[in-house]
Design a protein around this ligand. Structure first.
Ligand SMILES: Cc1cc2nc3c(=O)[nH]c(=O)nc-3n(C[C@H](O)[C@H](O)[C@H](O)COP(=O)(O)OP(=O)(O)OC[C@H]3O[C@@H](n4cnc5c(N)ncnc54)[C@H](O)[C@@H]3O)c2cc1C
Length: 359
């Protein structure tokens, strides 16, 4: 069997793993980065919005799709509230591909169609399965950037993350606009529906708590038909996707021995909005820096990574978890249809940031 070694093994080449691989290879570590997808970034499982601070990652050819300047939040009563909201719509496949390309250009070995299948009991030994068969890899640090259903976490015996499900269509956009539209409704318990414009098409989707309801097709088709009737979007569906979004907040264990969890695998995705690209990139870069310091002799660097993530993201994630729980507790009461409840549960409203409500 083929046996290799590296300083840093990155499992998963979404935004978290891609960012970690670029940063670590640039810092001079010997990096091997793998993803089980045959083509990096494909299929896309994303509504493709990134906040402005990530625009440096949107400069690669084919990544930037259009600018966003606002958010329209539609409450259960139908009242629509506009708030400023700056960001970019991207081609997510091109975004992930650009990061993987930058990692390779910085010296990382990047391997698609290659899965992590086992971790040996001894420290730092991973089994990979790729086009050439199984191989063994000795690593010093492993970055687990393998998404909401992390294989690494499972192999280490760590608990799975709580997730919601999503379903999304890409549809023709008949009236171009530069807002993200959000629908808050008792019809989407534990989530919301969205229409994000992307030039001449748009991503129309919704997320819901699977325990509350697992039929997402009926409400998504209904919203699609309404928007077609309003002349906003076309009836065609160019693409269908979906996927899980972690909603339980930070994973308890972010650093397990020489393994660091980043992005969705770390539970860094915002439990209310479902946004996770920015946190994945930030955590990937931080994990690479920690790995570099640890390999350089700083014995506390990996534990410090976990503390750093908790400091940066813990409070905002904990608030979002609380708001979800508060809202879901009202699910079987008439108050669940009240605008006031949903204002408390959505980031565009001042009420979201105030002290916890009593329910
Ligand atoms: C429908 C939907 C819409 C979303 N919209 C937005 C949005 O508009 N903006 C936003 O910021 N966030 C959005 N998100 C969340 C965002 O997509 C994630 O937070 C982000 O992708 C997390 O990046 P990551 O690198 O941590 O994980 P991922 O992007 O999930 O990447 C994990 C990678 O690991 C690979 N992998 C898994 N297991 C293995 C294995 N055993 N071996 C090798 N490779 C493996 C997978 O193939 C995958 O490529 C959305 C999510 C969904 C589902």
């Amino acid at each position: 069997m083929n046996v290799r070694s590296c300083d840093l093994l990155v499992v998963g080449l979404g935004p978290g793993g891609g960012a970690a691989a670029v940063a670590a290879a640039t810092a001079g570590l010997r990096v091997i980065a793998v993803d089980r997808k045959r083509e990096i970034g494909v299929p896309v499982q994303c509504a493709e919005f990134i906040p402005l601070p990530l625009s440096r990652h949107a400069m690669a050819p084919g990544v930037l799709a259009q600018r966003i300047s606002g958010m329209t939040s539609v409450l259960p009563s139908g009242a629509a509230v506009d708030t400023p909201f700056s960001g970019l719509m991207i081609d997510r496949a091109a975004f992930d591909r650009a990061l993987a390309g930058a990692a390779a250009a910085a010296g990382a070995t990047v391997e698609a169609a290659t899965s992590l299948v086992a971790l040996d009991a001894g420290p730092g030994i991973a089994r990979l399965r790729g086009p050439a068969g199984e191989s063994t890899l000795h690593y010093r640090v492993l970055v687990a950037a393998d998404g909401p259903h992390s294989t690494v976490a499972r192999l280490l015996g760590l608990p799975p993350l709580q997730t919601v499900n999503t379903r999304q269509y890409t549809v023709p956009l008949l009236q171009p606009f530069d807002d993200t539209d959000i629908w808050l409704s008792p019809d989407y318990p534990g989530g919301y529906a969205w229409l994000f414009p992307k030039g001449d098409c748009a991503n129309l989707g919704l997320g819901m708590d699977p325990e509350a309801d697992d039929d997402m097709k009926t409400p998504l088709d209904r919203l699609h038909r309404e928007l077609v009737a309003e002349g906003r979007v076309g009836a065609d569906i160019h693409a269908r996707t979906g996927g899980a979004i972690p909603v339980g907040g930070l994973r308890d264990t972010l650093a397990a021995g020489s393994v660091l969890f980043v992005g969705d695998a770390a539970g860094l995705t915002h439990p209310v909005t479902g946004a996770g690209i920015a946190a994945a990139v930030a955590s990937g870069e931080a994990a690479a820096a920690a790995a570099h310091s640890w390999i350089g002799g700083d014995a506390a660097a990996l534990a410090a990574y976990a503390d750093d993530m908790a400091d940066q993201f813990g409070e905002s994630l904990a608030r979002a978890v609380r708001r979800r729980v508060e809202l879901m507790r009202m699910r079987n009461t008439p108050a669940f249809a009240d605008d006031a409840m949903h204002r408390r549960g959505w980031i565009a409203f001042d009420e979201y940031y105030r002290a916890a409500m009593t329910v």
